[in-house]
Design a protein around this ligand. Structure first.
Ligand SMILES: [Zn+2]
Ligand SMILES: [Zn+2]
Length: 311
């Protein structure tokens, strides 16, 4: 699983820092979290491609998180015979896209599927053959959704010694057992995959939560993830402003990551007021709370290994 930040800033795109958008790639498929203005420029730079984009999950209807969506939709329409695209977001996301599509009358050659969050909707917003995406309302000046992407668990490790001891011939039967299917041997007995597989291995998990104060929902979405992308908009010296504008400081975010048991955190949505020289202060403030925290920069890539492979 690869995560690439197409941008890492908040409020407005800056020459050295685009707006926070996160692309997640798994088995060649792409999932995008937020679409800041101009995010297709860095998406092109990553060479991830847009054809395989399955989902765009929008946190909220503040311009710095959704104004890049029309550009993404138009860019994807340049691919012939591209499949449907699912758009997750708060109530109003469908109206926003439909209105802009109607006003600009741009070309679309694929269907859009909208899923809007509402009070009482299931915590799992989306599921396909690879992942499921959970969502929940955070604590911001307007309804803002946090997301958690979970890779499906994988079958346990194949125990070749056990297979040999059971007299299962090496070949296609091993493959089927490895995929979790029961097989029948020539001599007539049926072998259950549990006899040759270890316990199921958990999939990788990430959290994407921007524009929020610490909250119960945030902790839940962040619980035990391999990597948490968290709003760390302000330095601790601007704590009061973080509270009023409902964002987090670097140490707020690092504290959430540590308490929620995240393995690693990346602070995003950095305020445009700070310069590159301030980034050290961000890192210092965050690392005091949680050592495994990085301060985001555009196009930074994070590879998430399986847990048994270590970090
Ligand atoms: Zn924002
Ligand atoms: Zn906002």
């Amino acid at each position: 699983m690869e995560c690439v930040l197409l941008g890492s800033g908040g409020m407005m795109p800056m020459p050295g820092r685009f707006l926070t958008s996160l692309a997640v790639r798994l088995q060649g498929q792409l999932y995008l979290f937020d679409a800041g203005e101009g995010c297709q420029i860095n998406l092109k730079k990553t060479k991830l491609g847009i054809k395989s984009l399955r989902v765009v999950a929008i946190s909220h209807l503040h311009g710095d998180h959704c104004l890049g969506l029309p550009g993404i939709l138009m860019m994807r329409a340049q691919v012939p015979e591209v499949g449907p695209l699912t758009i997750l977001g708060p109530p109003g996301i469908e109206r926003f896209v439909r209105q802009i599509h109607e006003s600009l009358d741009f070309f679309l050659n694929y269907p859009l599927v909208f899923l809007e969050w509402n009070e009482g909707c299931p915590e799992a917003a989306y599921e396909d053959d690879l992942v499921r995406i959970l969502w929940g309302p955070l604590k911001h000046t307007i309804l803002c959704l946090g997301y958690r992407l979970e890779e499906h668990p994988r079958p346990g490790k194949f125990k070749s010694d056990a297979a040999k001891a059971l007299g299962i011939p090496y070949g296609p039967l091993w493959g089927r057992l490895q995929r979790g299917e029961a097989v029948t041997l020539d001599r007539g007995d049926t072998i259950s995959p549990s006899l040759v597989l270890g316990p199921p291995r958990p999939g990788r998990k990430i959290c994407y939560a921007v524009d929020t104060r610490p909250s119960k929902v945030l902790y839940r979405l962040c619980q035990d993830v391999d990597l948490a992308f968290l709003d760390g908009m302000f330095l601790p010296e601007h704590q009061e402003e973080a509270v009023t504008k409902e964002h987090m400081t670097a140490d707020d975010a690092a504290r959430v990551a540590a308490r929620a048991g995240a393995r690693r955190a990346v602070l995003v949505h950095i305020s445009p007021r700070y310069t590159e020289e301030d980034m050290e202060k961000f890192a210092d403030a965050a690392k005091k709370r949680f050592g495994n925290t990085d301060i985001a920069s555009d196009l930074r890539q994070f590879t998430i290994p399986y847990r048994e492979e270590g970090l």
